[in-house]
Write a protein that binds this ligand. Structure first.
Ligand code: FPP
Length: 252
């Protein structure tokens, strides 16, 4: 029988949030390509429409009680797309950051990026740093953008740094446990996601937040990302509130 505990892995009281909305929502924004193709337009047209959708979703978070929003913008596997699409996406990220910087700062959004920056171009990295710095004092919605992110890559990079600390004598192998390892992950300052949503009808997690989503609730919905609305997010949040999260324990 599973052992009963009073707290969830994220430290929140077990059962307390049974009928509350999710505090941390993570979204796999899928379906931009199909949305564009169904309109006879190039895939990048869909990515531009998807980028516009991000603003509405970020803005509705406070009213839905979502404190943390994490979005999957570009995966470590997305480099396999055509050079035209990859270059178009990188240009879109640069433009999005430049264009949205002021509005995000003014709306009290704190932006962070997760993922490996090594393959990203210098201009994009500079804009990412600037956006993180400009919003560092904000305490409203915490928006995390996963860019060149892969869950396995993140765990491998974390393990490498952890091994370096062990080799340097800063950490004992006996101290490596479920509390220590996440401190080396890109997400170390964030709580685990409560709800992971994937749009566009695919029911897989594609290497997104593998460690962090161990106890998340999942929603796989048919809507293509450029059609996803604040209303639909609200519906999913309310649905989440009806779920019974036990974190492996037995309800008394
Ligand atoms: C998946 O759709 C989407 C992506 C790989 C890119 C996500 C990017 C955005 C939503 C736009 C910009 C985001 C920010 C933060 C500015 P897909 O191309 O795999 O669609 P498909 O499955 O229909 O082909």
């Amino acid at each position: 029988m599973a052992e009963q505990t009073d707290t969830a892995p994220d430290g929140s009281a077990l059962g307390q949030g049974a009928h509350q909305g999710p505090r941390h929502v993570a979204i796999i924004m899928d379906g931009n390509g199909r949305w564009a193709q169904s309109r006879g337009r190039p895939r990048l047209f869909g990515h531009h429409a998807g980028a516009k959708r991000v603003r509405e979703i970020v803005e509705c978070c406070p009213s839905l009680g979502i404190k943390y929003l994490t979005i999957f913008a570009f995966s470590t596997e997305n480099w396999k797309r055509t050079q035209v699409e990859v270059a178009g996406l990188m240009s879109l990220f640069r433009r999005y950051i430049s264009k949205e910087m002021k509005a995000l700062a003014a709306k009290n959004v704190r932006v962070r990026f997760i993922g490996d920056r090594v393959r990203l171009d210098a201009k994009l990295i500079q804009l990412m740093d600037q956006l993180e710095t400009e919003t560092a004092q904000n305490d409203g919605t915490h928006l995390t953008i996963a860019l060149n992110y892969g869950g396995r890559d993140e765990v491998a990079r974390a393990t490498k740094r952890l091994a370096q600390d062990v080799a340097a004598g800063k950490l004992s192998p006996d101290d490596v446990d479920e509390e220590t390892l996440p401190k080396y992950l890109d997400t170390h300052v964030l709580p685990d996601p409560d709800l992971v949503i994937r749009t566009s009808g695919e029911a897989r997690i594609s290497n997104f937040l593998l460690w962090q989503s161990a106890y998340a609730e999942y929603e796989f919905i048919d809507t293509l990302w450029p059609d996803f609305t604040a209303e639909e997010l609200g519906r999913l949040c309310r649905q989440y509130g009806t779920r019974d999260r036990r974190f492996g324990a037995v309800k008394t």
